[in-house]
Structure formats: C-alpha cells, structure tokens
Design a protein around this ligand. Structure first.
Ligand code: CMC
Length: 429
C-alpha cells in the first residue's frame, strides 16, 4: 500500500507541536507516535474510541450521515448492482474488475473451494452439538496445517494464494460445520454454480434427492454477504490485524477474527436480535422491553440497535430490511416476528431515550428474520457473517502487511495494580 497521508496542520500537546493529518474523508488525526518520547506520557483510550490504529484505503463509514463506502462506492449501489465476487475483487484490488478480470478472479476462487480430503477427518473431533462457530474457529485455524505453501507472508504470490484459498474455502467450511451439527453428510462444492449458489447447495442439498438452488434466494443471500464484507477497523478486523502484526500466518489470523466476531456485541448480535424478537413475541409486549432497555439497573439492551460508529440509520439495515421483504415474499412466509420488528423499530425511533442517544437499527436487526426465512438455523447466523467478513479481514490483513508503517501492535496501559512489594513466604501470609 502506498501511503496517501497528507499533513493538514499541527496540534500542540503539552507544549509540543505534533503533525495533524487528513485523509480522503473523515476526522483528521493527530500523529502522536513521538508523544511518549517527547513527554514521557501515554494516551489513555480504552475501547479505542478516539484512536486511529492504521491508515487504510478499503472502507469508510460516515456514522453521522449513515454512509458506508467500499473503495469509495456506496454500499447500497454495490448491493443492488454488483455480486459477491465483483465486490470481493473491489475490496481486495481497489477497483471494480473488468469483465476479463472478474472472470479470472471467479475462476481462481471457484478452483480453490474444495478442502484437503484429510481435513474432513478433523471434524470428527467435535461434539455433535458443537456450535458451528466453535467448529469454524478450530477448522479455519487448522487450515495452516494443511496449506503450508501459502503461509509465507513475505512472498506476494503466497499471500495471493492464501487470499484466494481463504475466500474460496470459507463457504465449504461453514457448510461443513452446519452439516456436521445436523448429522448430514458433507456436500462437495460444485464448480458450475456461482459462489453463493454453491454455498446454498453445500448447505441444503442431500445425496438422497435433487436440490435446485432458488436464484431469487441466492441473489438475496449474495446481497446480504456484500453488506457484511467489510466495516473499517471493527473489533474482529482489528483482531485480525493485531494477530497478523506479529507475522502470524493468514489462516491463524482469520481464526482469531472469527473468535472475536462470535461475541454478542459484534457478530453474535444477529442471533441475539432474533432471540430477543422471539422472546418479545407479540406487539403488545414491546413497551415492556423498551422499558427494560431504558432501565439502567437492567443489563438488557435492544439487540440490533445502536452502533459505535453509526449515529444515524445503518445504511446496511435499510438494504437488509428490503432483502428481508424480498425473501419472505419469495418463500411465501408471513413471519409474525417481522411485524414485531417493524413495530419495535417504529416505537424505538420515536422514543426520547433512543433519539437522544442516537440509537438506530443496525444490520443485525433484520438479518435474523431474513436468514431464518432462507432456511438457516440461528446457530448459522454468525458463521454466515464470518464467511462474508472473511473478504474484509483478508483484504485488511494484506493491506497491513503491505503498509510501510506497519509495526507489531503493542498497546500500552495505565497500571493501577499493587505497587512493587516483596514476596511473602506461605507460612507468613
Ligand atoms: N439498547 C439500549 N441502550 C443502549 C443500546 C441498546 N441496544 N446501545 C447502547 N445503549 C445505550 C447505553 O446504555 C449507553 O447509555 P449511557 O450513555 O446512558 O450509559 C449509550 O447508549 C451508549 O452506549 P455504549 O455501550 O457506550 O456504546 P458503544 O458504542 O460502546 O456500543 C454497541 C455499541 C453496538 C456495542 C451497543 O449499541 C450495543 O450493545 N448494541 C446491542 C448489540 C448489537 O446490536 N450489536 C451489533 C452491532 S452492529 C454489527 C457490527 O457491525 O458488528
């Protein structure tokens, strides 16, 4: 990556001038890399609320405007007009592919979708009732044991193959995790199908009968994948970068990202949002849950609401709401939880608490309803998110390795533990 940082001015901290930089969009940053050398002090920023951890040219969010750009293109346009492979190419390479580039990339991904046959045995070590995310953390980490030839992170060609393998094998692994937990045989990928169609085939077909992928549903799922592909320096992406900053191999780094994504405050929120809608059950119970969410002594939060960066409607939630309606119509299902979700959204958007704190629906609010209608059980929601986010993770991992300013990530701390003291032998304690 070639740095495009421009100096916009200076800022005085503790009497010393520090450079201020500007990017294409977004907040200016103060370069404090010399702060400790000059002042002897660290900055204190738990949760990184005011810290830009890197320069990046991949994704930009304007939280106040409710805008999300992949390489400059608005997410709504990509979700409507591009497909998974085209968008993945864009995130990785920086530009939309030409017809030829797209065909080559599609081919490169398609011909890496199978996993090593011995890899199948790895799954037998998991309990039948294991959560698919637990299986994915382990299985993706294990890829480095099978593909040694793409773990040399200093070789650009090996990096490229690792990128292709990661994007190509993720649907196969996610589908295997699903099949394993429901006790059905693994289904091999089919090269005549497009990326998302192939994933649905691996999840829903069985050897006993023919299965034809529904194109409308595959197209809606493709859209959902595009919405989830990248999202700046979120917790899992920062985890992938931090793991990668030590020189760890790409498969290990993505496994770390999957582990982080699993948490309910991040990727696990789609599962939690559907659980919550189900718990609410009927429109008349909404006020009770709104009151719980506002009660400081109650840890309950409206799942699928609020975001660290968006202080406006999450643009992905708008596309997701539309996709949700399309899927429900295509499968001919009238889901009463959609009525609960719509009413909950309406009430929350008018409630002073949510308005004041700028809490809007995020992508996870409608995704559970949509994925359920597509036929996925709740335990697969976060694996689907992981599948799509793998593109962003691996693009960010590669960008980090190619950044001339890259260093091992090593935050400092404000130590408030015991002061230095001498060891006390057991019989004197
Ligand atoms: N319900 C009720 N109150 C909330 C909610 C919510 N969903 N979200 C935030 N608040 C309140 C919170 O109590 C706090 O109030 P106060 O200032 O009085 O203490 C204020 O809003 C700010 O919240 P915060 O926790 O300081 O904000 P954050 O930026 O650290 O947290 C969040 C962001 C997404 C973790 C949080 O909004 C949340 O827990 N939401 C529910 C989980 C969820 O939907 N997560 C999916 C995020 S989108 C998927 C992704 O991109 O990963």
């Amino acid at each position: 990556m070639q740095s495009k940082i421009q100096q916009a001015g200076t800022a005085i901290i503790e009497g010393t001038e520090f450079p201020v930089y500007k990017g294409t969009h977004g907040n200016e940053v103060i370069d404090i890399r010399n702060l400790t050398k000059v002042t002897g002090k660290f900055t204190f920023d738990p949760g990184f609320t005011s810290t830009a951890s890197c320069e990046s040219q991949i994704t930009f969010i304007d939280g106040d405007e409710g805008m999300l750009l992949y390489r400059g293109y608005p997410i709504e346009q990509l979700a409507e007009q591009a497909d998974f492979i085209e968008t993945a190419y864009l995130l990785l390479e920086g530009e939309l592919p030409t017809r030829e580039e797209c065909a080559k990339f599609r081919n490169d991904i398609t011909y890496h979708t199978m996993v090593h046959e011995h890899f199948l045995k790895f799954f037998d070590g998991f309990r039948r009732d294991a959560h698919p995310m637990a299986i994915m953390c382990g299985a993706v980490g294990a890829l480095s044991a099978f593909y040694h030839d793409s773990t040399d992170i200093h070789d650009p060609e090996a990096r490229k193959i690792a990128v292709h393998r990661m994007i190509a094998k993720m649907p196969t692994i996610a589908a295997m995790a699903y099949k394993y937990t429901i006790g059905q045989p693994f289904v091999y990928p089919r090269n005549d199908l497009h990326y998302t169609e192939n994933f649905m085939h691996m999840c829903f077909s069985v050897p006993a009968e023919d299965y034809e992928v529904n194109k409308t549903l595959a197209s809606a799922l493709d859209k959902i994948f595009i919405l989830h592909m990248d999202h700046e320096q979120n917790a899992s992406t920062s985890t992938v970068r931090l793991a990668g900053s030590s020189g760890a191999n790409p498969f290990a780094c993505i496994a770390a990202g999957i582990a982080c994504l699993w948490g309910p405050a991040h990727g696990g929120a789609n599962e939690a949002a559907l659980n919550m809608l189900q718990e609410i059950g009927t429109v008349d119970r909404i006020p009770e849950y709104i009151a719980k969410a506002k009660d400081k002594s109650d840890p309950f939060r409206l799942m699928g609401f609020g975001h660290r960066v968006y202080k406006n409607y999450d643009p992905r939630a708008k596309v997701m709401q539309k996709a949700s309606a399309e899927v429900l119509e295509a499968v001919g299902v009238k889901d009463p939880l959609l009525d609960v979700a719509k009413e909950l959204e309406k009430i929350a958007l008018e409630d002073e608490y949510f308005v004041e704190k700028k809490l809007y629906p995020n992508i996870d609010f409608y995704s559970g309803i949509t994925l359920r209608a597509l036929g996925f059980p709740r335990s697969m929601f976060t694996p689907l998110f992981a599948l799509a986010r793998t593109v962003g993770w691996i693009a960010q991992w590669r960008e980090m390795l190619e950044d001339p300013n890259q260093k091992i990530g090593r935050p400092r701390q404000l130590y408030t533990g015991a002061a230095k003291r001498d060891f006390v032998p057991m019989d004197q304690r």
